[in-house]
Design a protein around this ligand. Structure first.
Ligand code: SAH
Length: 367
């Protein structure tokens, strides 16, 4: 198997290079390229071609390889399908916005949570990602942004706060981050230290693993927390999220309020709006009825939170239906009337199957 240079310590990398009969300073040059996310040795322009060829025979740069790259028609969203060293596949998504460049990273290959609306969990959990594998997703995105600059791709719109680097991270890709908490913490520490990404620009999204939330509190960094709630009662939530049988709605929210009180942060509540087809083939509201909007308001009234309403990205294998924009707005109007902060998440990259584990799933189906 090829040596993954990114996984080596500085001392190990130096030894590797010296053992190839090369001067030490090459190790430092190579490290700089690795830290910028160089996907291959050919990009390492200050390394002699003969050495690049020799390295290519025995080594690879990052612990992830890009096997597919899709760009949305508006050019704002790029989705990567990445392969890990053991052949597992993961996804990450780069979203260019007016306020900066956000990367959505995966924390596990697959997922064990079994949520009934989600594509990522259909093939089960394969394994946790290492901190290096999570970090590499940021590097892949950062390298892509360099290519934007090189190709004079306009950052949108001109003169905004987007300086062309990765500025925000959301741990909302495949997997449950709080089932891989220590590696996720390690990753976030490094993203902050090595890439200068502020705590407040990093969001961990969880389906509600209470001990994991408590671990984040103990760790103490003022990152953002997002809770995938998707239902305002235990009865409904248990039907679509098996984890609710283990950690009940109120216990999850209590843990979340402990977190936000500690850091004086606003909690993000994620709520996918789901419909269901009746026997006549018509779409009926599932968790998006006015009654559920009222119940959700009761849970959240007076709390420091923002409800992110998420239009469901259809997954063929899943027995739900997407709702019209009107239905989404009606649900939102009830929340607003009750004084709850809310916004509707803009769908990005649906034209490239960027939604939630679809690329990985479709690729696995083709195999
Ligand atoms: N396991 C974590 C993070 C990954 S999921 C969590 O549950 O938060 C990230 C978000 O995408 C979650 O809110 C999840 O419920 C949502 N999601 C999953 N499948 C979706 C789909 N098909 N359409 C829209 N959102 C989806």
């Amino acid at each position: 198997m090829k040596k993954i240079l990114f996984n080596l310590t500085d001392a190990e990398l130096e030894k590797f290079i010296v053992d190839m009969g090369q001067p030490r300073f090459r190790a430092k040059q190579i490290r700089e390229w690795l830290n910028r996310g160089a996907p291959d040795f050919m990009s390492m322009k200050n390394i002699p071609e003969s050495l690049r060829d020799a390295l290519d025979e025995v080594a690879q740069t990052l612990p992830v390889k890009i096997i597919k790259k899709l760009e949305s028609s508006d050019g704002e969203t790029t989705k990567f399908l990445l392969e890990l060293n053991d052949g597992e596949q993961i996804e990450c998504v780069l979203m260019r916005t007016t306020y900066g460049n956000s990367v959505c990273v995966s924390s596990q290959a697959g997922c064990a949570m079994g949520c009934k609306f989600c594509a990522s969990t259909l093939l089960g959990l394969k394994r946790n990602l290492t901190a290096n594998e999570i970090f590499s997703q940021i590097l892949v995105a950062q390298w892509e942004l360099r290519a934007d600059k090189f190709n004079d791709k306009p950052i949108r719109p001109n003169g905004d706060a987007n300086n062309g680097d990765v500025s925000h991270i959301v741990i909302m890709g495949t997997g449950e981050p709080l089932q891989n908490t220590e590696n996720v913490i390690d990753f976030i520490e490094r993203a902050n230290r090595d890439m200068g990404i502020g705590w407040r620009r990093i969001t961990v999204s969880t389906c509600g693993i209470v001990p994991g939330i408590d671990r984040l509190i103990e760790w103490g960094r003022p990152i953002n927390l997002a809770i995938s709630l998707h239902a305002p009662t235990d009865e409904l939530r248990s039907q679509i999220m098996p984890i609710n049988n283990k950690y009940k709605l109120n216990d999850v929210l209590d843990a979340a309020w402990r977190f936000t009180d500690n850091h004086n942060r606003q909690l993000m509540i994620e709520y996918i709006l789901l419909g269901k087809k009746n026997e006549n083939g018509e779409t009926e509201l599932y968790n998006a009825t006015p009654e559920y909007a009222e119940k959700l308001s009761e849970l959240l009234r007076g709390k420091n939170c923002m409800v992110n309403l998420i239009p469901w990205n259809a997954v063929d294998e899943r027995d739900f239906a997407s709702l019209s924009g009107n239905a989404v707005h009606r649900f939102q109007d009830t929340l607003i009337k009750n004084g709850i902060h809310t916004r509707i998440r803009r769908e990005r990259g649906t034209d490239i199957g960027s939604a939630c584990g679809q690329l990985r799933l479709n690729n696995a189906k083709r195999k």
